[in-house]
Design a protein around this ligand. Structure first.
Ligand code: PBG
Ligand code: ZN
Length: 330
C-alpha cells in the first residue's frame, strides 16, 4: 500500500492522459467472453421481431444458420439456443425429440458454421403446454420426474451436436442426473454450464414473449430463488459443483453483482452471468427514447458484470458490443 498522502499523493495523476488511463484500467471487455442468445422457430425464412426486445428476432433454422455465420464473422465464440416448438404438450415431448426444433437447428449450424460453439438451454418451459419448467401433478412441478426428462433433453442436444449444455430449470439433482446420462452415452467431454443461482425475477418478462413460455397459471417461485437470498445462492452453486457442473451461472446479472462476486470469490470456478431480457429491454428502451446514451450504458453494464467477477456473459448485446469493440478500446 502506498502510504503517501495529499499533496504527495494525487490520484488524478493517472487520469489526465488517455494512454495512461488505458494502461491502468483493471477491467476490459473481450469478445471471447460473449455468448449470444438465439430463438429458433419452425418454418422457413422466418425472422419475426420480438416486440419487447428491439433488435432480437425469432428465426427459422435457415435464417439462424445465416445469423450464426454473421456471429462467427464478428468474432463471437458462442451462441445459446432456445427453441419454440411447433407443438407443445403436457410433458414437453419436443424437448427431447431427435427431430425437435433445437436439435434441427444444432445440426444445421454445426454443418455450416465451423468456428462457433453451440450451447443449448435445457429446460421444459418452452415445450410444455402449461409453460412450466417441468412435469405437473395438479399445480405442483414434480422434481424427480422432471429431472429424468431434463437428462433425456440434454442427451438429445448432445446427440445432435451441441458443444455445451446449460440446464436452466433449477430442479434439485438435475446436474448429477444430466452428467450421468451424458457420460453413459459417451459424452464425457461435453461440459455442463449450470444456471446455478437463478432468481425468480421480474426481469425475465420480455424473454417470455420471445420464447412464448409464460406459465399458464402461477409463477416459478417453487423452484427459482427468492430475490432476498444470498447465502442460499452459495448453497445452490456448491451443490451444482459437487454434482459436476463445469461452469456456474448467476442470473440475472446487473441487479445481482453482489452474488457474482461472492460466487467467484468462494468457489473460483469459471463463472457466467446472464444479462437477461429485462436488463436489455430497459437499456434499449431508454436509448431509443434518447434518455441515455445506449452504447455507453451497454458497455458500462457489461464492464460492471465483468468487474464483479464474471468470466463470460450471455447477453443480447453480444453483436452490438462486438462491433463497438472493433472500433474502440475498452
Ligand atoms: C428457461 C429460461 C428463462 C430464461 C432463460 N432460460 C426464463 C424463465 O426462467 O422464466 C430467461 C432469460 C432472459 O430473460 O433473457 N427456464
Ligand atoms: Zn424453464
Amino acid at each position: 500500500m502506498n502510504m503517501a498522502t495529499y499533496p504527495t499523493k494525487r490520484l488524478r495523476r493517472l487520469r489526465y492522459n488517455p494512454l495512461v488511463r488505458d494502461m491502468v484500467r483493471e477491467t476490459e471487455l473481450s469478445k471471447n467472453d460473449f455468448i449470444y442468445p438465439l430463438f429458433v422457430v419452425p418454418g422457413v425464412q422466418v425472422k419475426k421481431p420480438v416486440k419487447s426486445m428491439p433488435g432480437v428476432f425469432q428465426m427459422s433454422v435457415d435464417v439462424i444458420v445465416d445469423e450464426c455465420k454473421e456471429v462467427e464473422a464478428l468474432g463471437i465464440p458462442a451462441v445459446i439456443l432456445f427453441g419454440i416448438p411447433e407443438h407443445k404438450d403436457e410433458k414437453g415431448s419436443e424437448a427431447y425429440d431427435p427431430n425437435g426444433i433445437v436439435q434441427k437447428a444444432i445440426r444445421a449450424i454445426k454443418a455450416e458454421v465451423k468456428n462457433l460453439l453451440v450451447i443449448t438451454d435445457v429446460c421444459m418451459c418452452e415445450y410444455t403446454s402449461h409453460g412450466h419448467c417441468g412435469v405437473l401433478s395438479g399445480e405442483e412441478i414434480l422434481n424427480d420426474e422432471t429431472v429424468s426428462l431434463l437428462a433425456k433433453e440434454a442427451v438429445s442436444h448432445a446427440e445432435a451436436g451441441a458443444d455445451i449444455v446449460a440446464p436452466s430449470d433449477m430442479m434439485d439433482g438435475r446436474i448429477a442426473a444430466i452428467r450421468k446420462a451424458l457420460d453413459y452415452k459417451g459424452f464425457t467431454k461435453i461440459p455442463i454450464m449450470s444456471y446455478a443461482a437463478k432468481y425468480s425475477s421480474g426481469y425475465y418478462g420480455p424473454f417470455r414473449d420471445a420464447a412464448e413460455s409464460t406459465p399458464a397459471f402461477g409463477d416459478r417461485r417453487s423452484h427459482q430463488m427468492d430475490i432476498g437470498n444470498s447465502d442460499e445462492a452459495l448453497r445452490e452453486v456448491e451443490s451444482d459443483i459437487e454434482e459436476g457442473a463445469d461452469i456456474v451461472m448467476v442470473k440475472p446479472a446487473g441487479p445481482y453483482l453482489d452474488i457474482i462476486r461472492r460466487v467467484k470469490d468462494t468457489f473460483g470456478m469459471p463463472t457466467a452471468a446472464y444479462q437477461v431480457s429485462g436488463e436489455y429491454a430497459m437499456i434499449k428502451a431508454a436509448g431509443i427514447n434518447g434518455w441515455i446514451d445506449e452504447e455507453r450504458v451497454m458497455i458500462e453494464s457489461l464492464v460492471a458484470i465483468k468487474r464483479a467477477g464474471a468470466d463470460m456473459f450471455l447477453t443480447y448485446f453480444a453483436k452490438d458490443a462486438s462491433k463497438y469493440l472493433d472500433k474502440n478500446r475498452r
